[in-house]
Design a protein around this ligand. Structure first.
Ligand code: NDP
Ligand code: 2IT
Length: 448
């Protein structure tokens, strides 16, 4: 017993020593590995095969220069990344993030999480992540296009429908996927639809992919509440962020009869006690690409709190859908004190370790990102399936598939947590479920 705990502590210490300064990667590895001791006790062969040690080391890491010119002709240099973390269960799969904060440690934390998330979906996809420290804010369409073309001019050689299939993440949506796909097609001489997901449904994208992450988070919340004899109907909710995941989480909450009173961006918070008007948010963010503060200019009943903390707004359901470490322990305590019952993560690793501990200790329904936000990548896998069969499914059919996938993810995480002696703890359930699926394939494939 003590030997296994010591082994896990040693693995974490080794990861920190070998990856200096990559704090988010250290955090993600620690959060997962510290829940795996019961697995090594039950399956000592995974210790013998050093599966945890191998899973913590990415299979490949690509870093490249991305030069591009702005509209005035000035040259800019960014750094591009793609980390293929684990391909035991399928081709590398995971989003691309364009944000000034992107560095190798961020991409590795995301790729590590993605490996477990993708395994949890039960679909044939490995884990990867990529991106660049490029800031799309304030850039023209032409500038974004030139950046995407330059980015793909290096990345294309590492991709392929059976090798690595990127998609969107922060700062990368349908517009960027279009430019990336166009450049891939041009330089490879192949109309390889399955090489990228999140495409427009007009040229090979799946219906519901745009909505999938946000809808999926809400389906996951619905399942967590069902176990407790409750539902989201009539609940007061807050959703951080106002990007792709946040918008469609709000949409599904509203469809299911909940009231969403707040959302945000990195500059401030919108509080609308009547309920957020989603048509306005969609227009401001998706069409006009403006800041969320513009909402209050159109709706004087709403309040804009510049630099505000969204978590101080009382609610029963809180969905962090912006970025990593946006919900800390103090904010979790505020949420709980205000009567919050459920937190599900639309973003990747939005809750700090102290915040997670506080939620678990309080017995709140807490859905960690690698389970709760897996609907996005699962629908990407459905897009790959449609592309492979040159088919396009209806919105209703695809949404039904997404819903069933989220129900199964919830069921499998719940059952795994119970099996390993932690009923109701979705952190334990998700980590162990994802680990076991990857570990089994890795052992079957020999020393890889
Ligand atoms: P978008 O770029 O569409 O939106 C991101 C939102 O989060 C914006 O409102 C943005 O505000 C806010 N945000 C981003 N960075 C920060 C920051 N450093 N501090 C405060 N706010 C920030 O991205 P997505 O909606 O696609 O992604 C949101 C989260 O969901 C990410 O964690 C992503 O990894 C995760 N996710 C996304 C999936 C997808 O399918 N897109 C799937 C699964 C998870 P601002 O405009 O001010 O920057
Ligand atoms: O974090 C994620 O799961 C995503 N950004 C989506 C990845 C994908 O391949 O659809």
């Amino acid at each position: 017993m003590a030997e296994i705990d010591a082994r896990i502590r040693r693995i974490i210490a080794d990861v920190m020593r070998r990856n200096p300064g990559e704090t988010e990667f250290h955090q993600a590895v620690t959060e997962v590995t510290e829940t795996l001791a019961p697995v090594l006790r039950k399956y000592p062969q995974y210790a013998e095969h050093k599966i945890i040690e191998r899973i913590c080391e990415p299979e490949r890491q690509i870093i490249f220069r991305v030069p591009w010119q702005d509209d005035r002709g000035e040259v800019h240099i960014n750094r591009g990344f793609r980390v293929g973390f684990n391909s035991a269960l399928g081709p590398y799969k995971g989003g691309l993030r364009f944000h000034p904060s992107v560095n190798l440690g961020i991409v590795k934390f995301l790729g590590f999480e993605q490996t477990f998330k993708n395994a949890i979906t039960g679909m044939p996809i490995g884990g990867a992540k990529g991106g660049a420290d490029f800031d799309p804010k304030g850039k023209s369409d032409d500038e974004v296009m030139r950046f995407c073309q330059s980015f793909m001019t290096e990345l294309y050689r590492h991709l392929g429908e059976f090798t690595d299939v990127p998609a969107g993440d922060i700062g990368v949506g349908q517009r960027e996927i279009g430019y990336l796909f166009g450049q891939y097609k041009r330089i490879t001489n192949r109309y390889e639809s399955g090489v990228l997901t999140g495409k427009s449904p007009k040229w090979g994208g799946s219906l519901v992919r745009k909505e999938a992450t946000g809808y999926g988070v809400v389906y996951f919340v619905e399942e967590m509440l069902k176990v407790r004899g409750d539902s989201v109907q009539g609940k007061t909710c807050i959703v951080s962020g106002s990007g792709n995941v946040a918008i469609y989480a709000m949409e599904k909450l509203q469809q299911l009869g909940a009231k969403v009173v707040a959302c945000s961006d990195s500059n401030g918070v919108i509080y609308d006690p009547r309920g957020i008007r989603l048509e306005t948010v969609k227009r401001i963010k998706e069409v006009e690409r403006r800041r969320i503060s513009a909402y209050a200019e159109e709706h004087p009943e709403a309040e804009y709190r510049a630099g505000g903390n969204i978590w101080t707004i009382p609610c029963e359901v809180a969905l962090p859908c912006a970025t990593q470490n946006e919900l800390d322990e103090a904010s979790v305590r505020t949420l709980l004190a205000n009567g919050c019952l459920a937190v599900a993560e639309g973003a990747n690793m939005p809750t700090t370790p102290g915040g997670v501990r506080a939620l678990l200790e309080a017995g709140a329904a807490y859905g960690p990102g690698k389970a709760a936000n897996a609907g996005g990548v699962a629908t990407s896998a459905l897009e790959m399936q449609q592309n492979a069969s040159r088919d396009a499914w209806t919105f209703e059919y695809t949404e039904q598939r997404l819903r069933e996938i989220m129900q199964k993810i919830h069921h499998d995480c719940y059952a795994t947590a119970e099996e390993f002696g932690c009923p109701g703890n979705y952190v334990v359930g998700a980590n162990i479920l994802g680990f076991l699926r990857v570990a089994e394939a890795m052992v079957a494939f020999g020393l890889i």
